[in-house]
Ligand binder design. Structure first.
Ligand SMILES: [Fe+2]
Ligand SMILES: [Fe+2]
Length: 332
């Protein structure tokens, strides 16, 4: 074919690299009847045959009968046509957007529901394990539940995020899960343990961490199980961690566990401490066994009778009444 015709040849036009790379969504074929009618119709047919994938071919038929300037008339018509097409496409996009928004909303809702289900199953797992531990432990009488609510009150008082407050209060119930591996002759021994027995007893921390080492979701539980017997001054076990090297969750559970142990009878202390005596002992441990900040939170809560209320209203808390409703808003 002659060179001067090549640019009009539809095959060449559609072979331009830019058109090949990003196919146009609309091609307007202007067919001028008055001039080159047959050529125009052939061009339109050829472009329709070779149309790039995804492009929309719209022929614009124009019959120049009034003798107006072909260039101006065709330009105006093409502009009107293009504007109409753009408006139609915008409307279509709006509809797509709305449909997409609805789909995204439905997916988010489904995701939230499955997340909620997952959270519930995790809680069921935690409390089933806690109930199993409680059945074998000597610290019976709702010890783990009191610990849970002491921890919730302390963690909230210390200004921890609500997620962490919930996380650590639920996992606090598993602090002694490792005791399932301690033989009965040691765990249930009424008298004082020998040095050797005591060393075995201390392993409930690392054994507890191992039981919970199932995944990231149980990380707080693992920290609590392993480090709830560490002391702020570094004299605790199993690792002798000191100060803020001990995770905050374990420091809070440590205080809650000490407090509740003081309020229970022991073979070496048949009459349990009163709340006042226990509070004095806890405050005396500030900066030694216990984190000073956790003790400060404890002192505030103690002055507001929070621990007394938790102990008295435990049945209500176990029925699902929120802790904030039991304590005054200031204490919650
Ligand atoms: Fe323990
Ligand atoms: Fe305990």
């Amino acid at each position: 074919m002659h060179r001067s015709y090549q640019s009009f040849w539809p095959g060449n036009l559609l072979n331009i690299p830019a058109i090949q790379k990003t196919p146009p969504w609309l091609i307007i074929v202007i067919v001028v009847f008055a001039v080159g009618c047959a050529f125009g119709i052939w061009q339109a047919a050829e472009i329709a045959r070779l149309k790039p994938k995804g492009a929309d071919i719209r022929p614009l038929w124009y019959l120049n009968v009034i003798g107006a300037s072909t260039t101006i008339t065709v330009s105006i018509l093409a502009m009107v046509f293009v504007l109409k097409e753009i408006r139609d496409k915008m409307k279509m996009l709006e509809t797509w957007n709305e449909e997409l928004e609805d789909k995204v909303e439905a997916s988010v809702e489904a995701l939230l529901q499955s997340e909620e289900k997952l959270k519930r199953s995790r809680l069921i797992t935690i409390y089933s394990l806690a109930a199993a531990c409680e059945a074998r432990d000597t610290d019976t009488g709702d010890h783990i539940h009191r610990i849970r609510f002491y921890c919730e009150a302390l963690a909230r008082k210390m200004g921890l995020s609500e997620d962490l407050v919930q996380e650590l209060s639920h996992f606090s119930t598993l602090h002694d899960i490792g005791k399932v591996h301690i033989p009965d002759r040691i765990l249930l021994k009424p008298g004082k343990l020998t040095d050797e027995e005591w060393e075995i007893m201390k392993t409930h921390t690392v054994k507890g961490e191992r039981i919970l080492a199932g995944g990231e979701e149980f990380r707080t539980g693992m920290q609590i199980a392993r480090w709830h017997h560490e002391n702020w001054d570094g004299s605790g076990y199993p690792d002798g961690l000191k100060g803020e090297y001990i995770p905050i969750s374990a420091r809070i559970v440590k205080l809650a566990d000490v407090l509740d142990a003081l309020l229970m009878s022991r073979c070496y202390r048949p009459i349990p401490f009163t709340l006042e005596q226990a509070a004095e002992t806890v405050v005396a441990m500030k900066g030694k066994e216990l984190d000073p900040d956790v003790v400060e939170a404890f002192e505030h809560l103690f002055q507001q009778n929070a621990f007394k209320k938790i102990r008295e209203d435990l049945p209500l808390l176990l029925k699902g009444i929120p802790l904030a409703d039991i304590l005054s808003p200031d204490e919650g």
